[in-house]
Design a protein around this ligand. Structure first.
Ligand code: GRF
Length: 183
């Protein structure tokens, strides 16, 4: 039976779009009602859902609503793609082992919300992209696959960033394909 995929995105959603062009996506969730990812979902015909932490009494209640959404859709794999919240115990206990994340650096180098800028300002000659299982830490879960991306002498932060994103658009579908057993 085909595995059902959910994608979580908080903002732009370019990784979501890349996945949606290659796999049937059962749903997109955004924790930001203003996220551009939601517009992409509409154009791509992917069902989307959005609610915000502030709509709930606490993070446990917010994540319980997410677990219900995922359960209702019988989701097998959750792909975080620019989902800017740390996954808490409610969601993790229900979906650990079925949830992956993409990070724009070569973990364990440069975890956190600014992986590209941090690598750039550290003056590295290479950084990379990592897909990993989600655990309770910030970008600490077991690494599934990663790829190196060079910083070229003529790079600006913008060209370096664009090359990192390009590597993401190749790596994430590759990993999803492998996890679906389609490689
Ligand atoms: C990506 O660089 C991803 O690795 C990071 O957040 C960014 C999201 O970009 N976690 P987009 O929303 O997919 O365009």
């Amino acid at each position: 039976m085909t595995k059902k995929i959910a994608v979580f995105a908080s903002g732009n959603g370019s990784n979501f779009q890349v996945l949606a062009k290659q796999f049937p996506i059962a749903l997109l969730f955004s924790d930001k009602k203003s996220a551009y990812a939601l517009e992409r979902a509409e154009k791509l015909g992917v069902p989307s859902y959005s609610f915000e932490l502030r709509d709930f009494a606490d993070k446990g209640a917010y994540e319980q609503a997410l677990v219900e959404l995922l359960d209702q859709h019988q989701i097998d794999l959750v792909c975080l793609a620019g989902y800017m919240k740390i996954v808490g115990p409610t969601l993790l206990s229900a979906y650990e082992g079925r949830m992956i994340n993409i990070h724009p650096a070569y973990l364990p180098e440069f975890p956190g919300a600014h992986g590209i800028e941090d690598a750039w300002h550290a003056g590295v000659v290479q950084s990379g992209v990592t897909v990993h299982w989600v655990d309770s830490g910030v970008d600490t879960g077991q690494i599934i696959k990663q790829v190196r991306v060079q910083r070229l002498p003529e790079d600006t932060l913008e060209t370096f960033e664009a090359r990192i994103h390009q590597a993401e658009y190749e790596l994430y579908p590759q990993v999803v394909r492998e996890l679906l057993g389609e490689d």
